[in-house]
Each structure stands twice: as C-alpha cells, then as structure tokens.
Design a protein around this ligand. Sequence first.
Ligand code: KG4
Ligand code: ZN
Length: 338
Amino acid sequence: NKKNYILAIESSCDDTSAAVLCNTKVLSNVVATQEIHKQYGGVVPELASRAHQQNIVPVVHQALAKANIDKKQLSAIAFTRGPGLMGSLLVGASFAKSLSLGLNIPLIEVNHMEAHILAHFIDDESMTAPEFPFLGMTISGGHTQIVKVSNYFDMEVLGETLDDAVGEAFDKSAKLMGLPYPGGPLVDKNAQLGNPRAFDFPKPKVDGLNFSFSGLKTSILYFLQRETKKNPDFIVENINDICASVQYTILEILMDKLKLAVKQTGIQQVAIGGGVAANSGIRARLKEAEETLGWKTYIPKFQYCTDNAAMIGIVGYLKFLEGQFTDQSIGAKARYAI
Ligand code: KG4
Ligand code: ZN
C-alpha cells in the first residue's frame, strides 16, 4: 500500500489551518485561531485575510514539522476553494497554487461543506465511518445544512438555513445576554445548570427541511427587553435558565428537521459536523435517538468538527485517488454549492 502524503490548507473564515495526511491518517493538524475578532464580537473579513496572510507560512511549517515530513515528500496539495470569505479564501488558494507550482505536484480544490461531511472518513480509533447512504448535518457558525450523502462525491442538499446559521443563533443569543464572542460554548456550559423549560421561545414555521433562526434571535431580544424592564438584574439572576431554554429551542428545531429528513428519505444513519456538533445537548439528543428511534449516529472528534485542515486533507486524499486535480487557472469561490 503506497504512502501518499497530502498537505491541506484551510482558510475559509477566521482559522488558518494546515494538515498533513498519510492516506487517511492525520499526521498533523495545526490550527491558528485569530483572537483579533473577539473585541469586535464577530469576524471582521478584512482583518481575517490579513491574519491569514501572517499565519499561513508558520502554520504550514509547523504542520510539516509535526508530521516529520519534508515538503519534497508531498504527493499533492489540497486547499479550500469555498464557500467562505473571499479575502480569506484567496490567501489559502494563492498559497496552495504557488506551492504546487514550486514543488511541481498536483493541486486539489476542496469544497469546505463537503469536507465537514467527509471528515467522518478520517482514520482515527475514536471514530467509525458511516456507511452510504447517510444523512449529514453540518452545523456551525457559517452553515446549517442537511445533506443526503450517497457516496463520497454524490451529495444532495436537502435543506439549509434561509437566514442565520445555527452557530450564529447561539452566538447572537449569547451576545444579547452579554456573554463574550463566540458565545455558543458558554451557552452550552450555562445550559447544563439550567432548566430547559423555564422559558418558552417560539419555533419558526419553515416548510420542508429548510431552517430559519433570525426570528428566534428577535424573540429572545424582545423577551430580554421586557423582563429587564421589570427587573434590571433579570439576565444575571436567570442566566442558566435562559441559556438552557434558548439551547432547548435550537435543539428542538434541529431535531425536528432531522426527524423529518429521516422520515422523507428512510435513511436512519445520521452524521453531524461543524462547530455546533461540540454542543453537549445535541450530542445527548443524538445518543437518545439511537435508543428511542433506532438511528445510528456519528459525531467526529472535536478537532475535526470545527474548521480544520485535516478535513480538507481527507477530501484531498479521496480526490487524489481518483485523479481529480485542478490547474493553475482555478480561483476561489465565496459561494460554492455542494
Ligand atoms: O465550525 P466552526 O468552528 O466555524 C465555522 O465554520 O463557523 O463553528 C463555530 C461555531 C460558533 O458559532 C460557536 O459558537 C459554535 O460553533 N460552537 C458551539 C459550541 N462550540 C462551538 N455552539 C454551541 N455549543 C457548543 N458547545
Ligand atoms: Zn466550517
């Protein structure tokens, strides 16, 4: 069995990441998270691309060093072509193109959303690969999609968000409660100490398998305004219950759509990915669905859920096997459908 070494680059949003894979095994996966955005309460695109520009070379050097691989041993270079922030994508794309030219090795373009799903095929003792066909649900700060996965490169988007992504719903709700960015993990932490049924928030009425989260944010805003008028300390005094109730509503929305997707397709294998897959509530709900609904569920290791280059590398390897290479005329794509 030949050893192919793939260098992968991910720079679609605010994490600069490089990974080296040997076939399906991850030898290194370095992520430089940009702290600069914290003070603005969200990602500032211009600052993100500047930080990528500074981080990309050291991050790639670290990835090669950790993998103990010389760049001359590389078989191919894979990079995120999109979707994402244009200024961020361009840094990774330009770097990958230059390196492929310099080393005279094949260049492979990767769709970030496909990568979130195919991350399940990374060879790791703590993970099992789902069998085809399965339902993939990608939930993060930038995306919310349910995808029917018939094969590695045979995917169909069954539904997606019409406005905010689910991670944004977590982060924006957290911001309304005065929690720092990104608030998702803090909502999760507080929710574990609160009552999920303390407060009721309406679920949006969206047909089919699409999602909407912007209405939830508005109803939380009005609710908090109303309650703090009566009691200025309402948020501080009830933070755990508010977080638990917000999270409960978001999880209900996700689980309702997943159940509908299972019903419509007859597929009971469900694999999730994206930063929100780290949420303890969604993990518990999926485990529960294994027992009560007979589903088989898959959640990747945390470092392969959030934005990372290892997931770009596994897609790179799968495309490498099929000879799916691209030439130097390739550009980045801010909007790039599966
Ligand atoms: O995949 P990711 O790192 O980047 C994007 O592609 O967006 O996802 C980041 C998102 C943020 O919105 C963050 O608040 C959310 O994932 N997140 C969580 C948790 N951990 C991260 N949301 C809820 N509960 C968590 N434990
Ligand atoms: Zn992502």
